[in-house]
Structures are given as C-alpha cells and as structure tokens.
Design a protein around this ligand. Structure first.
Ligand code: ATP
Length: 163
C-alpha cells in the first residue's frame, strides 16, 4: 500500500506540473510523460516558462472555452492560473498597451496540430479584451482574413497599438 501511495503521489505531481521548467530532472522522457499524463486528464495546455504547449484534443473541450475564462485570465500574471491560451492573449495584449510597442505571438506545430484553432481562440480572446476600443465587427473581420502571416508551419500574429 505504501508503494501504491507513493506511485499515486508521483502521478499527481506529474499531472499538476503546469510548467515544464519546474521539473527537477529535465529529460525528454520526463517532458513527454508530463504532457501525456496531463493530456489523459484533459489538460491540453502546459507552459515551458513563457511558451505555451497545446496538444490537440481533437474534440471540443467546453471547460476551456467558457467566455467567463476570458475575464478570469484578464490582468493575471502568466503562470498564476492554470496554463491557458487566454493567458497568452492577455499578457501580450497588456504588454502592447503598457509598453505601447508592437508584440507578436508565434504559433507553430505540424499540420493538423491545431494552429488555426489556436489562432481563432487567440483572436476571440483579444477581441473580447479590446472590445471597449474597437467595433464588434473586428473578430469577424480578423477571422475572415485568417492569420496575419503564415510561413511554413508557423503563424505570426502581430499586435500593434493604435497611435
Ligand atoms: N484546441 C482544440 N480544441 C478542439 N479541437 C481542436 C483544437 N485544436 C485543434 N482541434 C481539431 O483539430 C483539427 C485540426 O486543427 P487545425 O486546423 O487548427 O490544425 P493546423 O495546425 O492549422 O493544420 P494545418 O497546418 O494543416 O492547416 C481542427 O479542425 C479541430 O477539429
């Protein structure tokens, strides 16, 4: 029973590892194990410091995309709450406003990994965050136009402050 308890505790700590940089031993095997165990628990997002790793669940996970989540992640430092794409949108948006400087989000992954889907969630969140400043047709316009720049398996989304 003691070995069983230890095993459960190790599993639990693996699943709760929100940031790969907090692993005491950083090996490819450990990284993959964390991502795998989290994925089994429907935790598709994990940080590697300020990088967000998203694993395509291939099904809609409503728990992630409740509109309330945009509010929840608003103005929160990265890493304070569970890893989420809305957190990335929020910190980038805030950095753009506070520094009055261009910011960019790079989304990369192989074909079918979820780049387009992730771009849509980012645009959705950025639109909500900026709804006081822009017209409500913005999201439709941006979603219709697709990512700002696509190079190979890489999308680059540029956020530019209004002068
Ligand atoms: N976060 C997600 N939640 C639910 N389903 C997702 C998610 N990400 C991706 N998918 C599913 O995976 C499919 C493929 O994703 P997507 O089209 O975004 O990949 P991609 O990286 O843009 O592919 P390509 O480079 O070939 O255009 C989507 O149609 C969607 O069904």
């Amino acid at each position: 029973p003691e070995a069983q308890t230890n095993y459960m505790q190790i599993r639990e700590s693996i699943v709760n590892c929100d940031d790969l940089c907090s692993l005491s031993t950083l090996t490819e095997e450990n990284v993959l194990e964390v991502l795998r165990q989290r994925f089994y628990k429907h935790k598709i997002y994990t940080y590697a410091n300020k990088i967000l790793i998203a694993i395509n669940p291939n099904k809609f996970l409503p728990v992630y995309y409740n509109p309330m989540y945009v509010k929840m992640y608003e103005n929160q430092p990265l890493g304070k709450l569970s890893p989420h794409i809305f957190a990335i949108a929020d910190v980038t948006f805030r950095a753009m406003l506070n520094r009055q400087a261009n910011q960019c989000i790079v989304i990369t992954g192989e074909s079918g990994s979820g780049k387009t889907e992730s771009s849509s969630y980012l645009i959705h969140c950025l639109t909500s965050l900026s709804q006081n400043m822009y017209s409500s047709g913005l999201e439709r316009t941006i979603l219709g136009s697709g990512p700002v720049l696509e190079v190979g398996h890489c999308y680059v989304m540029l956020l530019k402050p209004l002068m």
